[in-house]
Design a protein around this ligand. Structure first.
Ligand code: GLY
Ligand code: MN
Ligand code: MN
Length: 465
């Protein structure tokens, strides 16, 4: 079990949630151990983030009910048997775990179905189940069709949870600072050991070692690749070649499950070529400008477009784009090189609360998702508020198949100099990413500053023999 905040933190959060919801029964399923290749050989356990937020407990196979009408909160779970104790050691009784987070009632797991059946005439709220075992459990508990259970999830509960988890308490920001400092160690360790001939695997192993040693592990599978243009490239079976760029997008989950998410890109041989430097400086400027614009009240969509304009202007200055920059961005021409969004909220999940629905997290009545290629991938558009933590992660990528497709179709050809792109097809991609908290007066980049300028990177890469 991971550390807990004081029990009043969880009591207060549950009270706030109950007030927001007004009435009904709220059911939360914690996660279960999940087998990899046979029942007793499981993936590392990860508790559900809503469960962590409201109930703190990071042991598997728990559930909880907040019965608003009856003013009861109940933790459901089974005390360890002697067999459990022999194989995995003892664990406090469920009633003791409940007391640790301010809950005075507990029951065996089998009673949960009885509780919900007895109260089936009342409104029962639950969140969308992203794990298949919990989808089946929820369907069985409520006697519904498993294929339809997620359609019955409570939008009202999703919105209430999102409204709370979006605004981080100071204690949460402190935990995120710790996770960011851990990411500093991870990124600088890899940078220092980056050299031509080292394998990507070796570096991934180093990064994972840091993550496991400092926190609870990585906050998502490490992206470490000389093919930065492949966003989620997790194939690391290759050695570092001279003259390439290495992109590492990685973060650590701290001891209280708060996440970090940083990306750095640097030359495998420790020295940027002029061509690499030219593109790098554009991405860095988009990152720094984006961070500068992070301020309460500003729609994050505007920050995204400001970064996109810097990308388009920079590429125009290099002769790769042309035409009016604002118009190019409005029509989505920059997305040939920057087809993802500028960032997302981060917290207990690296893409925070994505399991509750991206559109509820990043959009609202004021901002609706675009259907333009590239811009439609923006996860976060709405106005920033103090306490939000977001990533700022612009990039420039040369994706050969995408370039080929646009060129063949003549797509947005008024804005792209396709004839100049031939020599960039093996360039790869660059992304620079930081985690930024919105403060009452502006913003704060979390964690110790990971080398980011050309000079800082060149002074760090490959320095460990
Ligand atoms: N690695 C996923 C992200 O940066 O959002
Ligand atoms: Mn990332
Ligand atoms: Mn990110």
């Amino acid at each position: 079990m991971n550390p807990l905040f004081e029990k009043s933190v969880y009591v207060n959060r549950r009270e706030t949630l109950a007030k927001k919801m007004g009435s009904g029964i709220l059911v939360f399923l914690g996660n279960n151990d999940s087998p990899m290749n046979y029942p007793a050989n499981c993936y590392n356990f990860r508790q559900d983030s809503n469960f962590i937020y409201y109930f703190g407990l990071t042991a598997p196979s728990l559930a909880a009910v907040i019965d608003i009408d009856e003013n009861r909160t109940i933790l459901f779970g089974d005390d360890f048997t002697i067999d459990d104790i022999i194989w995995v050691g003892d664990q406090p009784a469920i009633s003791t775990l409940a007391a640790q987070v301010g809950i005075s009632e507990s029951m065996p797991m089998a009673k949960l179905e009885d509780y919900l059946t007895t109260n089936a005439n009342r409104k029962i709220h639950f969140t969308k189940q992203y794990r298949f075992d919990n989808r089946i459990t929820m369907a069985n508990l409520l006697k519904k069709n498993v294929n339809e259970i997620n359609d019955l999830a409570s939008v009202e509960l999703h919105k209430a949870v999102i409204s709370m988890r979006s605004i981080k308490e100071d204690r949460e920001i402190e935990e995120m600072e710790k996770a960011a400092d851990m990411a500093y160690i991870m990124h600088t360790t890899v940078m220092k050991h980056c050299k031509v001939g080292a394998t990507e695997h070796e570096l991934v192993g180093m990064a994972e070692g840091v993550a496991n040693g400092y926190g609870t592990g990585v906050s998502f599978p490490i992206i470490l690749t000389q093919h930065g243009e492949i966003f989620h490239n997790t194939d690391h079976n290759v050695a570092l070649a001279d003259g390439k760029l290495l992109l590492m997008d990685a973060g650590i989950e701290g001891m209280m499950n708060y996440c970090s998410d940083y990306t750095r890109t640097y030359p495998t041989n420790g020295k940027f070529s002029q061509k690499q430097k030219d593109i790098y400086e554009i991405v860095l400027k988009a990152n720094l400008t984006g961070i500068d614009l992070v301020k309460a009240g500003t729609p994050y969509r505007d920050v995204h477009f400001a970064a996109a304009e810097i990308v388009a202007q920079g590429l125009k200055d290099l002769g790769l784009m042309k035409g009016d920059v604002k118009e190019a961005v409005r029509l989505g021409a920059h997305a040939l090189f920057f087809p993802h969004g500028l960032g997302h909220m981060i917290g207990l999940d690296v893409h925070d609360m994505e399991g509750l629905g991206e559109d509820y997290v990043g959009y609202n009545d004021e901002f609706h998702r675009s259907d333009i290629f590239g811009t439609r991938n923006l996860r976060m558009a709405r106005r920033l508020e103090p306490g939000m933590v977001i990533t700022v992660e612009p990039g420039i990528y040369f994706i050969p198949k995408l370039i080929e497709l646009w060129q063949k179709e003549g797509h947005l050809a008024d804005f792209i100099n396709f004839d100049k792109l031939g020599s960039y097809l093996d360039f790869g991609g660059i992304r620079v990413e930081d985690c930024v908290a919105v403060t009452p007066t502006g913003h704060k980049v979390l964690g110790k500053a990971i080398p980011k300028t050309v000079a800082e990177l060149e002074a760090t890469v490959g320095t460990e023999k």
